[in-house]
Design a protein. Structure first.
Lengths: 241, 197
């Protein structure tokens, strides 16, 4: 008897709840909204966490690379907190990182040259650097960047010497070999292009027209882009027989 | 003891291949996949939730929880059962606190109600009797431990096989049968105690 009753109750319960409900659409909207919120939270979390993690990873990598002291010193120098040059006693091991510390501070306007070989610079060769020439024959000094105080780079001293001879003293006979010395020392240096042009200008000033033409042609032909192209063309025109 | 092995639901279940592609999309986190899963299976999940919990509003909360949990849970879906069966197992795992709270509410309200609901129908007496029986069974289910309650709903009300239920609940078939045996015995006693003959 109760067995039948239980079956009847079970059947009644089954029929009572068929799963169809007027709130089905509402629940669907709730589910989709919850999913959207979850995605948004997750996205925001990543937006926040990723940069932090990347910064941490980069800082860790940087610290382990041994450049951290150099960075600290550079930052200190920028804010005027540097204690001056470190004495040799403070630098027990002249590591690569520490060597870079010496290079870093000079980086204001100073020339940084690359120690490439190729020690020869043919005077006749096809190159010449930057110096805007105002008139056809007149050679105007280039606005060279002023070298900074601490410059351990020897090629820079050569550059300075050539610059002084050329623009301050107007001694082109001295400036010419000085430019060539500089180019020999740093043929691919930061100011090599300018030095080539100035060398060509010196040749013009000294009346060595054939060599001057050879030196100016690469500039005029656009071998170095638009750098001193117009000036070189004007100079070549003035040298024409 | 033998059990009927019927279709879990009168509703048409989607094809297996369709389930597989849907699960794949769920795993990839495609937003539309959840909506699609809902459209295919919400009625079955809701029916189970309503029968188990005995309250429409609480059942809706459970349905909501099941589908929100689906994308993460789908990573554990091995394809050995249908997606619908998998959804029911998620519902079982999320049902405990819903059942407890619904049981408490019913116990509190049972002292106040006891009035037959007014329902207009061709045979109001039969409908009232059916409703009364369903409510009595729900109250009787409140006296069962959750495991026995789940076993009874899945085996008797939803007419699933004991093997199917064992898979949903994650226990051996023998355990399901034992739970069902005790559940039915207690339910009979409880219905008799309520005055149903």
């Amino acid at each position: 008897m109760t067995e039948d009753l239980l079956k009847a109750a079970t059947s009644a319960l089954r029929e009572e709840h068929s799963g169809e409900d007027a709130g089905a659409n509402f629940t669907r909207a709730r589910v989709m909204a919850s999913m959207h919120n979850t995605r948004e939270r997750s996205r925001k979390r990543w937006v926040l966490v990723l940069p932090i993690a990347a910064t941490f990873a980069a800082a860790t990598a940087f610290a382990t690379s041994g450049r951290m002291p150099a960075l600290v010193q550079s930052v200190a120098a920028v804010f005027g907190l540097a204690q001056g040059k470190e004495s040799p006693a403070e630098l027990p091991k002249p590591t690569r990182a520490q060597r870079r510390v010496h290079v870093a501070p000079k980086a204001v306007p100073a020339p940084v040259t690359e120690p490439t070989p190729e020690p020869t610079v043919e005077p006749v060769a096809p190159e010449t650097p930057p110096v805007p020439s105002a008139a056809v024959t007149a050679v105007r000094p280039t606005p060279n960047p002023a070298p900074s105080a601490a410059l351990p780079d020897p090629s820079h001293a050569l550059y300075l010497e050539a610059h002084r001879a050329h623009f301050e003293r107007g001694e082109f006979a001295r400036a010419l070999p000085a430019w060539e010395d500089y180019l020999r020392k740093a043929p691919n240096g930061r100011f090599s292009l300018e030095a080539r042009y100035n060398r060509a200008v010196c040749l013009v000033r000294l009346g060595r027209s054939a060599e001057a033409r050879s030196a100016l042609v690469p500039f005029a032909s656009g071998q170095f882009g638009s750098y001193r192209r117009n000036e070189a063309t004007a100079l070549l025109d003035s040298l024409a027989p | 003891m033998t059990y009927l092995v019927l279709a879990p639901s009168a509703l048409q279940a989607p094809a297996v291949e369709e389930d597989e592609s849907l699960v794949e999309r769920l795993r990839r986190g495609e937003p539309t996949a959840v909506g699609e899963a809902y459209d295919h299976h919400h009625a079955a999940v809701r029916a189970f939730a309503q029968r188990l919990v005995g309250e429409a509003a609480t059942a809706e909360d459970l349905v909501h929880e099941v589908f929100v949990a689906l994308p993460r849970a789908s990573r554990n879906f091995r394809g050995e059962s249908s997606l619908r069966t998998f959804l029911i197992s998620i519902a079982v795992h999320h049902a405990h606190h819903h059942v407890r709270s619904a049981t408490r509410r019913r116990a509190a309200f049972s002292r106040l109600e006891r009035e037959p609901s007014a329902e207009v129908s061709a045979d109001p007496e039969a409908i009232a009797r059916r409703k009364e029986l369903a409510q009595a069974l729900t109250r009787a289910l409140d006296t069962l431990p959750i495991d026995q309650r789940v076993a009874f709903i899945l085996c008797e009300v939803e007419e699933r096989s004991s093997r199917d239920v064992a898979e949903i609940v994650g226990v051996p078939e023998g355990t399901v049968r034992t739970r069902l045996f005790h559940a039915k015995r207690k339910l009979r006693e409880e219905l008799e105690r309520e005055g149903f003959r």
